[in-house]
Ligand binder design. Structure first.
Ligand code: FES
Length: 242
């Protein structure tokens, strides 16, 4: 019987684990059957990236990936050459060693790993800064709708992966990060915070228009039209170290 060895993952299996795998079943099913609670937001239907794993050994023994899987993998956090979606890889007769990335970019799962410092959700201008012109613009938006502040989050978008979403705050979300930045009552969605840390927003003139521009040091690639972007795992700031 082939074996699956899972390298230690802080939240899912801190000590690592090794078990005899069931051939013909997906790696994801095998992990779940052995209490490695890997995320699987789309219920193994190849419609999310949350079951992403990296094959340290055994990659060449795996079934070929489909176009759909390849497209989704482009959005995965911490993508590497030997990355696969575990729900789409079937165990054959070879042993496998896998690494589960520290994060998933999962905007819907309730089980997304939370930042370590749960009690401190206050943000300062070191975490996220707003220029004078952007503050003036954002505060006029807030005033025009009588809102409590501005909420920033990431959403799935376009060919490169993600886009910024700005909402006026009607209802305060319990887990949001919050701070008064340059006079703006700013809220940041908890799951997006780690990917936004260090960002500065400016409000600039572009041709005849003015628009908000995000200067985000964590972004590693943008699509040609500049509408969407992705992240490099190495550029993500680990909240547990701050
Ligand atoms: S669980 Fe969604 S792609 Fe694997």
């Amino acid at each position: 019987m082939p074996k699956i060895k899972v390298l230690p993952h802080e939240d899912l299996c801190p000590e690592g684990i090794e078990f005899e795998a069931e051939q013909g079943k997906s790696v994801c099913e095998n992990l779940l059957n052995h209490s490695v609670d890997i995320e699987h937001a789309c219920e193994l239907s190849c419609a999310c990236t949350t079951c992403h794993v990296i094959f340290v050994e055994g990659f060449n023994s795996l079934n070929e990936s489909s176009d759909d899987e390849e497209d989704l993998l482009d959005k995965a956090w911490g993508l590497e050459q030997r990355s696969r979606l575990s729900c789409q890889t079937i165990v054959s007769n070879s042993d496998l060693t896998i690494e589960i990335p520290k994060y998933t970019i999962n905007m819907v799962s309730e089980n997304h790993p939370k930042p370590k410092n749960e009690s401190n959700r206050e943000i300062s201008s070191i975490d996220f800064d707003i220029s004078n012109s952007a503050a003036k613009h954002l505060n006029s938006m807030v005033a025009s709708k009588n809102s409590s502040g501005v909420r920033i989050s990431l959403k799935d978008s376009g060919c490169s992966g993600f886009a910024y979403q700005i909402d006026l705050v009607e209802k305060i979300e319990e887990n949001d990060f919050n701070g008064l930045i340059n006079g703006v009552n700013l809220f940041i969605q908890d799951k997006s915070f780690v990917f936004l840390k260090g960002t500065k927003i400016d409000f600039v003139k572009k041709n005849l228009n003015e628009e908000l521009v995000f200067l985000n040091p964590n972004v590693s690639a943008e699509c040609g039209c500049g509408e969407s972007f992705n992240f490099d795992s190495n550029s993500i700031i680990d909240l547990s170290t701050t």
